[in-house]
Structure formats: C-alpha cells, structure tokens
Design a protein around this ligand. Structure first.
Ligand code: ZN
Length: 235
C-alpha cells in the first residue's frame, strides 16, 4: 500500500459561496475521491485549521506521497511543518504540488526561486499538451485535453530547470505555461501540476484523476536503500 496524505488549506470552500457550491466538502475530498480509484492507496487528509495534528511528525513520517493545495493560507503554515515536509522530501517522500501551491512555503523552499508567474482570472479555456509521452505520469493520457474554464497562468514561471516538462498549457491570450514539471530534491521526487483553480470543477475530471494517480505512483519511492552520511569506517 502507498500511504498518501492530501493537504488542502480548506479556506475558500468555507468563505466563498461560489467555491462552496463546487466543492461542498473541500478540494481535499474531491481529490481523495479521484485517488480512491487506485486501491493501492491508503489515503488521509489534512487541513490548515488543525495542521499540527493532521500533518504531525507522525503523519508525515508515515506518508509516502504528499499532495499540497494552498492559496490564501500559505503564510499561516507554521515553519516547523514546512521544515518537516522538506526534510521528508529529502529523505524520499514524494510531493505533488497543485495549482496555487506553487507559492506555498514548502515548494518555494525546495525550489529556492521565487516561484511566481503571471496570471489572470477570466475563465479562459486551457489546452493541456502532453510533451513527454514516455513519462510514467503520461501513461494513458491523450496528446492534449481541454479544461473549459480555468484561471490563466503565463510564463515566465520562475522555477529552476525541471528534470522533465511533462505538460505545457496554452490559453486564448497566447500565454503558455509549463503545467506539469518534475524535480528531484535529495531522494524525493516532486511533481508540480498547474490545473486546479478553486472556482472550477477540475478535480472531478477523469483525465485529471488519471494524472494525479499516475503522479502518486511515480513519486512513490519503494524500498530504496537509505544512504549513510558523515564519518564512515572502511569495511
Ligand atoms: Zn487559482
């Protein structure tokens, strides 16, 4: 079994009627539903309100893959939780950062760049192109798919050079964006996936579910040998 934890700050869905109508139980529950199709996942959820418990050391130490959705509450995430997430990634935990999570503290710390982009919010159509067909995250995904209404992000997206650019999006204003990118930090694999603005029903789309399930399986580091660091006797 792969232990998956989904962190969602869970603020928009309680403060904003329009968002509540789309995700009455929160974005984390919609993602959980998508991931549940893979019977190999043991899924927990965590929210900002009780982050010290729902994302405790114990939870993170027993998490193989962590999903992260945040926006309004980035700065409210305690630094010791951020440090613990980053420490776990370096030790081999997979991390999947969604949409506005590009500006979350753990992602910025792991990237060490500002991680900003340009954006506009007018419900534009997003076309997501698959560009690395061989990648495990791309398995069973069509060459392109459309999201009827999305928030627009545009380059430059200030990230370090990714290991792979799996998806690129375009929008009607001509903007392009590296929408699916992978990184390695320490022993941990990281996938950033752009779609998922809170006002649109994106986490009900089957193709998005397939990508997130593929990504969780790809990020999972199964039974690797932990390295020895520091002073070492000849043997
Ligand atoms: Zn957004």
């Amino acid at each position: 079994m792969i232990n998956v934890t989904i962190y969602n700050e869970f603020i928009h869905e309680r403060n904003d009627e329009a968002v509540k109508a789309v995700y009455p139980n929160g974005i984390h529950e919609a993602i959980k539903e998508l991931l549940s199709e893979d019977k190999n996942f043991n899924i927990r959820t965590a929210v900002l309100e009780d982050i010290n418990e729902s994302l405790s050391d114990e939870v993170l130490d027993s998490t193989d893959v962590l999903f992260w959705w945040g926006h309004l509450g980035h700065d409210k995430v305690p630094d010791d939780r951020v440090n613990k997430v980053c420490e776990r990634v370096l030790a081999g935990m997979g991390l999947i950062v969604l949409h506005s999570g590009h500006y979350s503290k753990p992602f910025r710390k792991l990237m060490a760049t500002c991680c900003r982009s340009k954006w506009r919010e007018d419900g534009d159509r997003e076309r997501v192109w698959l560009v690395e067909h061989y990648h495990p995250i791309a398995k069973g995904i069509p060459e392109f798919f459309d999201i009827p209404h999305e928030e627009t992000y545009g380059e430059r997206f200030d990230i370090p050079k990714p290991d792979d650019v799996v998806f690129i999006s375009n929008f009607s204003g001509g903007e392009v964006f590296r929408s699916g990118v992978t990184f390695t930090r320490g022993l941990g694999k990281i996938f950033y996936f752009r779609p998922g603005h809170e006002e649109y029903p994106i986490y009900y789309m089957e193709v998005v579910g397939k990508i997130l399930r593929n990504a969780a399986n790809w990020c999972y580091n199964e039974g690797f040998t932990a390295p020895t660091f520091g002073h070492y006797e000849k043997r």
